[in-house]
Design a protein around this ligand. Structure first.
Ligand code: FUC
Length: 347
């Protein structure tokens, strides 16, 4: 097992480094101290060919100027907050809006757009990078000084664990996730329409034209949102169901997970690659890159819709405006901890 570090670029004279964690089986995860961005995940296909399975750029400028959160940790709060405003303990907070009238993925300058402190720990069967960042009271409109730690851990069982930890000195909101776009075909050879997904979820959140939850919880039964037995992504893309149409064909929806250690499975028959995710988060947002800008250079491949898909484990978006959702409030006497494990295997 080893970790290597190289200069990736610079932002306002500050260096940005890329770290690569490699295990004894040859699996590699590369990430930046900028936004904790996962730039590459290299895993073997069924013929033993090692290829990259996430969307990313080769230079820091592209990440800063045009990245739709490729590989990044998003926060303080993932997803949209309606009207960029919320009430907490009798006070109204106004957030930075960056998605029309709404606040999205932490605002104009979220966790994805700052440089984190990195600390490496190398063990015999496990290597770890701990990223730390202190988000100051008032940042993007949120209350409280918030200390955040994100750990990326790779072990020799081909497991990659992301752990989020945070503490605050004032009651605030916190709901982080990782926004990696997976494509198991390898080196972005094909889009994800033929990928299959299995999610242990019986309910999903209805959304409106602004992609905000309406508050209504819908049953997956008899819809293309029923992933309980597995189904191909293309079914939701060609579907006439209003919830698929509203997002421009595909998915941009929150699935409520059935248990607190639910499994999410993504696989691609042709390459044989399979990703198994286990999370303690109550929900997962599936985004099938319906609105991915065309023509960006992703490791020599031109971007287009459905080139990748995100599985964002988190508390449901806009939870602060829906009492029936699990809440995303973090108080000074609490420590937030959440983990998602990604296991790379073959069918
Ligand atoms: C996702 C979506 C959004 C958005 C963005 C880049 O998480 O929910 O609709 O377009 O990421």
């Amino acid at each position: 097992m080893k970790v290597t570090k190289k200069l990736f670029g610079e932002i306002n004279w500050e260096n940005v480094y890329e770290y690569t964690l490699k295990n004894d089986k040859g699996i590699e995860i590369s990430c930046l101290d900028y936004g904790c961005v996962i730039t590459k995940i290299v895993t073997p296909d069924r013929h033993g060919k090692y290829e990259n399975i996430v969307l990313g750029f080769e230079d820091i400028e592209s990440y800063r100027e045009k990245s739709p959160y490729f590989g990044a940790v998003v926060g303080r709060v993932a997803g949209r907050i309606k009207g960029g405003e919320f009430e907490l303990e009798g006070r109204t907070y106004t957030l930075a809006n960056n998605d029309g009238k709404n606040h999205l993925h932490g605002g104009v300058k979220g966790f994805n757009d700052v440089i984190w402190e990195a600390e490496i720990t190398e063990g015999e069967d496990e290597i770890k990078i701990e990223f730390s960042y202190t988000s100051l009271d008032g940042e993007e409109g949120y209350p409280g000084n918030l200390d955040v730690k994100v750990e990326y851990i790779l072990n020799n069982d081909n497991e990659f664990i992301i752990q989020y930890k945070a503490e605050t000195d004032k009651t605030t909101l916190f709901n982080p996730t990782n926004h990696s776009y997976f494509n198991l075909s390898g080196n972005l050879k094909r889009d994800v329409l033929e990928h299959s997904l299995k999610v242990d979820s019986s309910k999903f959140l209805e959304i409106d034209e602004e992609l905000l939850p309406t508050g209504k919880v819908l049953e997956v039964s008899d819809t293309v949102f029923d992933f309980r037995k597995g189904r191909k992504i293309k079914e939701g893309v060609s579907s006439n169901y209003i919830q698929n149409k509203i997002v421009g064909q595909g998915y941009d929806h929150t699935f409520i997970l059935n248990s607190n250690n639910s499994e999410i499975l993504l696989w691609d028959e042709e390459s044989g690659r399979k990703l198994v995710m286990n999370t303690d988060a109550p929900a997962v947002v599936l985004y099938t890159s319906n609105q991915l800008e065309e023509g960006m250079d992703l490791y020599g491949v031109s971007s287009r819709s459905y080139l990748g898909l995100c599985l964002e484990t988190q508390i449901p978006p806009d939870a602060i405006h829906h009492e029936s959702f699990p809440d995303c409030i973090l108080r000074p006497e609490e420590i937030f901890i959440s983990r998602t494990k990604y296991t790379f295997s073959l069918e």
